[in-house]
Design a protein around this ligand. Structure first.
Ligand SMILES: [Fe+2]
Ligand SMILES: [Zn+2]
Length: 384
């Protein structure tokens, strides 16, 4: 999907919604309608796809809800169904969050309508042009064995593998340079990728959202389902995709942190550089994020252009100084709303947090020792 195409669809959608609210047609329907779903789904109904619309909520949510629509709405136009489902979903979304989301959509639309992409091919997924054949084959086979055949696991839960075609790396670097130039020329104040990186850009804001969503759905999620099931690897449903720039006149290094993600894909795009190693220091839950590192948790990794690192977002890490040249990395933070919801009700994260695991082992050891002692005491009493 080209940027223009993406934007046109967004504009169509906002017009459809505005028309609904503006000319009274849908509003009057709304006044007469009670926004309720049916108790049982219509299993024979084939839901529409909402992927091409810029919606406030995940398009998948609309496809899932559709089967629960009352019959009169189910047979209506896609726009009417969207309107009806949005009214229901709004009941669950706080006002402040809605205003923030709307502002962000406006911001994104403003950029997309003004920024001219250098290479439109990059804005929709062309797997064979982007990825190396070996990577595509492994994903296509979709087994742990096929993934491991192209990967190294230098420390538990950290996987590295060759992923990108050199031509794609080069084209994406050029696109990023074009974005930087546009930002500089237009003096546009863009949002930087996160609280720690002052250089770089959120590619989702520049029209690559659909392509990066596909990267998550079709490539990252299959691997995460196998390697990170305990942190929502199989239910990744949103992403934040950006590039970060390092060098003497850019960000130099990156402090020790965890990502706001369940799974992170970090790919080096080039160019020539020295330094910039990633250092990993164990996976931690919120409560244990500042606890000590165990010797076996230490890993330092040197970036190689075209090569990816896949890790849990909660795997503590940082980047050493890029001492020479220029380093550009593409980063995809992948999130699971199911995992985030369930996490609120849990206290023990020993299936992935190194410290929870250590504490659990300690408790088990203590309990075994206590039982042993008890048994020995009883044995002593019996023999005396
Ligand atoms: Fe990070
Ligand atoms: Zn923990």
């Amino acid at each position: 999907m080209s940027v223009d195409g993406a934007f046109d669809r967004r504009r169509d959608q906002s017009q459809a919604i505005n028309a609904g609210n503006g000319n009274g047609v849908l509003v009057s329907t709304a006044m007469a309608t009670t926004y309720c779903l049916t108790l049982s789904p219509n299993t024979e109904h084939k839901p529409d796809s909402y992927e091409d619309l810029a919606l406030e909520f995940n398009p998948l949510l609309f496809s899932c809800l559709e089967r629960y629509l009352p019959p009169s709405i189910l047979s209506s136009s896609r726009d009417s169904k969207v309107h009806f489902m949005q009214e229901i979903l709004h009941k669950y979304s706080p006002e402040g969050e809605r205003i923030r989301a709307q502002k962000h959509r406006d911001y994104r639309q403003k950029i997309i309508s003004h920024y001219q992409p250098l290479n439109k091919e990059l804005y929709s997924m062309h797997a064979t042009a982007f990825f190396l054949p070996g990577f595509i084959k492994a994903i296509h086979e979709n087994t742990e064995e096929s993934f491991r055949s192209i990967m190294s696991e230098p420390a538990p839960g950290i996987f590295t593998f060759e992923i990108l075609q050199p031509d794609f790396c080069e084209a994406l670097v050029k696109e990023v340079e074009n974005i930087e130039k546009w930002v500089c020329d237009t003096k546009c104040k863009i949002m930087r990728p996160n609280t720690m990186n002052r250089y770089g850009a959120v590619l989702d804001d520049f029209g690559m959202e659909a392509m990066l969503e596909k990267l998550m759905e079709d490539f990252v999620r299959p691997m995460s389902k196998v390697f990170y099931p305990e942190v929502g690897g199989s239910t990744l449903d949103s992403h934040h995709g950006f590039v970060v720039l390092y060098g003497i006149d850019k960000d130099v290094d990156l402090g020790f942190h965890v990502d706001d993600a369940e799974v992170t894909l970090n790919i080096c795009l080039g160019q020539k550089f020295s330094g910039g190693e990633l250092f990993f220091r164990g996976v931690r839950c919120e409560k244990h994020v500042n606890t000590e590192t165990q010797a076996e948790e230490i890993l330092d990794y040197s970036h190689v252009p075209g090569r990816a690192v896949l890790h849990r977002g909660r795997h503590r890490h940082g980047a050493r100084a890029t001492t020479d040249g220029k380093r550009i990395n593409l980063i995809l933070w992948c999130r699971s709303s199911v995992f985030r919801e369930l996490r609120k009700y849990q206290k023990d994260f020993s299936s992935w947090c190194g410290e929870c695991q250590r504490e659990k082992k300690e408790r088990q050891q203590a309990s075994i020792s206590a039982t042993k002692e008890e048994l020995l005491k009883k044995e002593g009493e019996l023999t005396s």
